[in-house]
Design a protein. Structure first.
Length: 408
């Protein structure tokens, strides 16, 4: 989801990753019409409120949409900014009691989670490499501590530059304890290419940066998202004006720290005939060791959750797509989408999904091997920074040959 769209479809089984070519349409118009057919947030969220992240939606008027696209007149700019910011601030204060939130639009497509260096805070953009170095080193320590605790020994080693060591991190201290009901969220000592470790840490930091505390910060994110701008421009250009029958909402969701702690636990499921047929991780080029090591158990949890909380409530829908987040001892539904080719198939292709038969068992696809060249799929600004992070780690870390590293 954080990768260059033109590169997402090029990583195939031939050496870089055991994934299929990713197929994606770039036109959200058909999907917008299908969302109108009672499958948007206002349809599914009330049915799954107890099993979803706390969410509120704000319907945008034509003036606010023009503002997000930069089409409004100068005299209306401040007014629209204030109106939209105030609406989000009211949700933060009244609904979520001042808690941080993440925001998006209900415009879905193959790259709905794609964002750029302009969308994140200047503090993260200027210090991303140092924060990633800190995260990777912390994971190495936790991995060694978990490994040594089983052997009855512990040896602390910190080898990174001082500025990286001083960076705060958000990996829970309880990770060293067997507090989670899910082993997939506990610290494990594994080996993986350094590039993949850097990409995982980078993913954590970017997701962490998306939560905001005010309406103005939220609006700034929306205006600087290339994905949102792309979809809005398509809808506007095709229709010639905003179609009032296709409402567009700002989706405001209460922030959950686990979203950044466990980015590999964002999964997408495909339902046909009231049965969960396919499941895939959403980060299509990132290898997550815990996900790979506990694939069967996670599949069982998701399928049981679907049967218990989702299947009966949406039995009248023939086909749909469900996005899940798997926490240590809970599962959340984060989105319900039309079963449509304008939605990303992730590690599947749409012909493959269409060929699934009723008698087939649940097909769960993950990235099962690290991609050695995964950093080249990042937008150029991030790619440069992360390649420098790899060089720094090679210089300052006592890594064995082959550039492997013990990580969570």
């Amino acid at each position: 989801d954080i990768l260059k769209p033109n590169k997402m479809a090029s990583m195939v089984e031939a050496g870089e990753a055991k994934v299929e070519i990713i197929e994606a349409s770039s036109n959200p118009i058909i999907l917008r019409h299908k969302i109108k057919e009672d499958i948007g947030y206002k349809y599914w969220y009330p049915k799954l409120r107890e099993n979803s992240a706390e969410t509120e939606v704000i319907e945008l008027n034509s003036n606010q949409l023009d503002f997000l696209l930069g089409k409004e007149t100068e005299e209306k700019k401040d007014t629209n900014l204030q109106e939209l910011s105030d609406a989000i601030d009211r949700v933060i204060k009244d609904r979520f009691e001042g808690a941080d939130v993440i925001v998006k639009l209900n415009v879905a497509g193959p790259y709905e989670d794609f964002f750029s260096s302009e969308q994140v805070s200047p503090e993260l953009r200027d210090n991303i490499r140092i924060q990633v170095l800190s995260q990777v080193e912390l994971e190495r320590q936790l991995g060694r501590a978990a490994d040594c605790s089983r052997k009855g020994t512990f040896r602390r080693r910190m080898t990174l530059p001082q500025e990286a060591r001083e960076q705060p991190n958000h990996v829970p201290r309880s990770a060293l304890k067997e507090e989670s009901s899910s082993d997939a969220h506990n610290v494990q000592s594994v080996n993986e290419p350094l590039e993949n470790a850097v990409l995982r840490a980078f993913n954590c930091k970017l997701i962490e940066s998306l939560h905001v505390s005010s309406g103005k910060l939220a609006v700034n994110q929306l205006m600087n998202s290339p994905n949102i701008q792309f979809h809005l421009k398509q809808i506007y250009d095709v229709n010639g004006s905003w179609d009032a029958s296709l409402p567009i909402y700002v989706v405001v969701r209460k922030w959950n720290k686990d979203f950044a702690r466990y980015p590999g636990m964002r999964l997408r499921g495909f339902v046909t005939d009231n049965t969960l047929r396919a499941l895939t991780q959403k980060d299509t080029l990132v290898y997550y060791p815990n996900l790979a090591n506990h694939q069967s158990r996670i599949q069982e949890r998701i399928n049981s959750f679907y049967v218990t909380y989702i299947a009966e409530k949406f039995k009248d829908l023939k086909k749909y797509i469900v996005d899940f987040f798997v926490g240590p001892d809970y599962i959340l539904v984060t989105n319900l989408l039309p079963y449509d080719r304008t939605v990303g198939a992730c590690l599947f292709t749409w012909p493959c999904l269409d060929s699934l038969r009723e008698e087939d068992t649940l097909n769960f696809r993950i990235v099962c091997d690290p991609c050695l060249n995964c950093l080249t799929s990042l937008p150029s600004f991030w790619e440069k920074e992360m390649l420098l992070a790899v060089v720094d780690l090679q210089k300052h870390s006592q890594l064995p040959a082959g550039r492997t590293c013990s990580l969570v």
